[in-house]
Ligand binder design. Sequence first.
Ligand code: ATP
Ligand code: MG
Length: 382
Amino acid sequence: MTSILVREETLDPGFVPPNLPGREREYRALEERYRARLARGVPYHSLITGGVGSGKTALARRLSEDVKDRVKIGGVAVHPLYVNCWRRASDRTVLLDLLRGVGVSLPDRGYGLSEMLDVFEQGIRRDPRHLLIVLDEVGALVRQGTKLVYLLSRAHEVGLGSISLVLIAPDDVLPFLDAASRSSFGVTHRLHLPPYTGEQLEAILAARAKLALRPGSFSPEVLAQVARTAAGSGDARFALEVLSSAAQAAEADGRAEVSAEDVRAAKGSIAPTLTEEKLTGLSDTALLVLLGLARTLKGPKSNATTEKVRQTYAVVAEEHGAKPMSRVTFWRTVKELERDGLVDVEPAASGQSARLAMNELPASTLALLVEERVKVGRSRKR
Ligand SMILES: Nc1ncnc2c1ncn2[C@@H]1O[C@H](COP(=O)(O)OP(=O)(O)OP(=O)(O)O)[C@@H](O)[C@H]1O
Ligand SMILES: [Mg+2]
């Protein structure tokens, strides 16, 4: 079997990419801030916010790797610890993880927060290092009125040693912290990550595909098509899932290359956005245009010129005994389908006509679904 996913593990959620296209500026700012403070042995705290798949965790993990084991002045090394607080939304459970991180363990019961902190402090003292603690998905913990975040942000004053924090949440959680903790997260300590643009997603996909897939198994067009499926949300995770599942499908099929059809199928299986209801609401005219597009896209194409689709539409319309429509009506129908999220119109490069794409589901499946409905439409009329 031809293999496409030659280093599949590099697409795993846990893999920390060596570089972060589209976030170079943000990463540099973050890294410089920490590096400058850590070099002086001064703790630094920040909050990273942003939507799903905007690269928050990736940024924090990259930072952890890059400062790990670097010896700061005074001969103390930086030791990163990562805790995802999502399922551990209590100070005690988070602290249990941190204890393991400094090489001590306690049974999960019977100890109060302050006893646990004592043990934590002993662990740190046994092997003095500067801890860089990433608390990911910290929203619930903070909303519950955590004391731990306060204690960690004031580690030096409360005798816990030297600790820097990175908090991660979808949105600003600082208003939920007490004033004292809040004051250690000044304005320069916040980093908000906007959703990725289509271009940034393309760059991310290109970098990750180069790591994970066999050279020659994917084309720039396929990557651009994957990027478009996620451009609305700006979610890099979704884009990478689509890529990975399209590659798996091509591989399972024994093909050497990922095709446009694989991408549509992958998108359709991950997020079946095209519901049958969407089609049910369409006029016969719109259905025929969609059928024209589906037929044009069968095979390896990810998009086609408007002209080509209109020609196929004309054939389809004749087959179904419908009157052909004018260019203007055709275009208006296309724009309606675009609004319904069924068709993507890609703006024309100068001197060329616009191109139409459909990234919801395999073109062959769409063709079948539409054909069923066009018949229904006609029998109703009769
Ligand atoms: N700039 C980038 N370059 C390469 N890969 C990236 C980049 N940004 C994100 N990724 C990858 O996309 C996926 C999602 O990113 P990440 O986990 O950092 O998102 P997140 O903001 O933490 O999302 P969530 O809020 O859902 O946890 C990961 O596999 C990550 O490696
Ligand atoms: Mg995350």
